[in-house]
Design a protein around this ligand. Structure first.
Ligand code: ZN
Ligand code: ZN
Length: 426
């Protein structure tokens, strides 16, 4: 049994007045999704919980069957895993930005003129050695990068150095926990006891010190780096400072195949989604031409997904561009991508036993942010109790046979339909 799980990032919407109060999904021509909805079972899904707007990372944890409240530890680890760094449980990972600071260390541009091609800079920064931890630094996309700290006695309970504003200096990284002598009277009951708190605080203080030292060293290296001298000569802002944020400890996720007894693969462009899948132990397929935008090469992604289906039980195919179009408030681009994605879906109809279409969250073009509105889902394949739903849309699926589920229920439902459900009890 083979399953294609298509996840359309942010595809769900709210009624748009300019579209006669229909949603982009309701307006778009999508014969394949509608055909699957007719033959399948449909319903609504709260990816995290009712009323909680999901991030793409927590949403995908849930969509892979993990409880996001138990497993999510910040964005950094997922971003780092998505960048292809082999992480170990216990590593501390941050998102990093190349920024421009002046001689007084005031941030002039948080994105260093949206620089590209920072790999030589990251190679130089990656040489930094400090006693107490190993530093792994890697460029990702554009001005973005990721920093991983590996070693004993480290903590993710530290603040960001990113001031999130230009015209300010980078912030000193501090432990998030009060010094024990301040904390103990303020919090008479400390979770895990005072001793444990003191250890946590000591680790956080050590990590903060290491990160501040790293930031200083990186600045020294970057301000004289030939690539930056060249940029200054050309009148471009130099990428001479690394701003850190979103620190998190790498969680231990029980591998997907151990939890569900099926082999999973992921075809995605978005680093965050790749990271979640990689940390879940799935095969992550890199697709040249997959950009994560509305211009992504859907055909290349479909081919990669079809190939992955030959050797895996379930392939998660992620299309990101809907969310980008929604953040831009561009309903037309969204409708266009829905129609292209629907056309792409056609080639899976004879190649997969089960096809599930899901969405990680609603991103209304009118709001330009993620909202908590539940998303429509459909599962089509042998044995499903087909319902009366005729089209795949936010409102039409409400009368479907799946009812209203949570994100973490989706994979167990699919796995059981595939004949691999794990019985609870005798
Ligand atoms: Zn998303
Ligand atoms: Zn988004």
């Amino acid at each position: 049994m083979k399953t294609l799980l298509l996840i359309c990032d942010g595809m769900a919407d709210r009624p748009v007045p300019e579209l006669a109060n229909k949603t982009p999904l309701e307006i778009a021509k999508k014969p394949n999704m509608d055909w699957l909805a007719k033959r399948g079972i449909c319903g609504l899904m709260d990816t995290i919980a009712p009323g909680v707007p999901p991030g793409s990372d927590t949403a995908h944890l849930a969509l892979l069957g993990y409880d996001p409240y138990e497993t999510y530890t910040g964005r950094g680890p997922f971003e780092a895993a998505g960048a292809g760094i082999e992480l170990k449980a216990g590593d501390i990972a941050f998102r990093a930005n190349y920024a421009t600071v002046d001689d007084k260390l005031v941030v002039k541009d948080r994105r260093a003129g949206r620089i590209h091609g920072t790999e030589p800079l990251s190679a130089a920064v990656g040489e930094i050695k400090l006693k107490g931890a190993e530093f792994i630094f890697r460029s990702t996309v554009g001005h973005r990068a990721t920093l991983v700290l590996r070693g004993d006695g480290l903590s993710h309970e530290v603040t960001d150095s990113d001031p999130h504003e230009e015209g300010k200096k980078p912030l000193q990284i501090e432990p998030l926990l009060h010094a024990p002598e301040q904390a103990v009277p303020a919090y008479p009951i400390i979770v895990g006891g005072v001793r444990k708190y003191v250890v946590r605080r000591r680790r956080a203080a050590k990590t903060a010190r290491l990160l501040n030292d790293f930031s200083r060293k990186a600045y020294e290296i970057l301000k004289t780096h030939p690539l930056n001298r060249e940029r200054v000569k050309k009148g471009h802002p130099p990428a001479n400072y690394i701003l850190l944020r979103g620190g998190g400890i790498v969680p231990h996720l029980k591998p997907f195949h151990e939890r569900f007894g099926i082999k999973g693969a992921c075809v995605a462009a978005a680093a965050l989604v790749k990271g979640v899948c990689r940390l879940a132990g799935m095969t992550v397929v890199d697709v040249p031409g997959a950009t994560g935008g509305v211009d992504t090469d859907l055909d290349a992604k479909a081919k990669a997904a079809l190939r992955a289906l030959e050797t895996h039980d379930l392939v998660l195919l992620h299309v990101k561009g809907f969310d980008e179009a929604s953040h831009d408030g561009n309903a037309r681009a969204k409708i266009g991508l829905i129609e292209r994605t629907d056309a792409m879906l056609n080639q899976f109809i004879d190649m997969a036993d089960f096809i599930a279409v899901a969405i990680d969250h609603t991103t209304p073009v009118s709001v330009r942010q993620h909202t908590s509105d539940p998303v429509p889902i459909l599962i089509s394949g042998p044995g499903v109790r087909a319902d009366d739903v005729r089209t795949y849309g936010e409102r039409s699926v409400a009368k479907g046979g799946l009812g209203w589920i949570r994100g973490k229920n989706l994979i167990p439902i699919i796995v059981d339909l595939m004949g691999k459900g794990i019985k609870f009890g005798a």
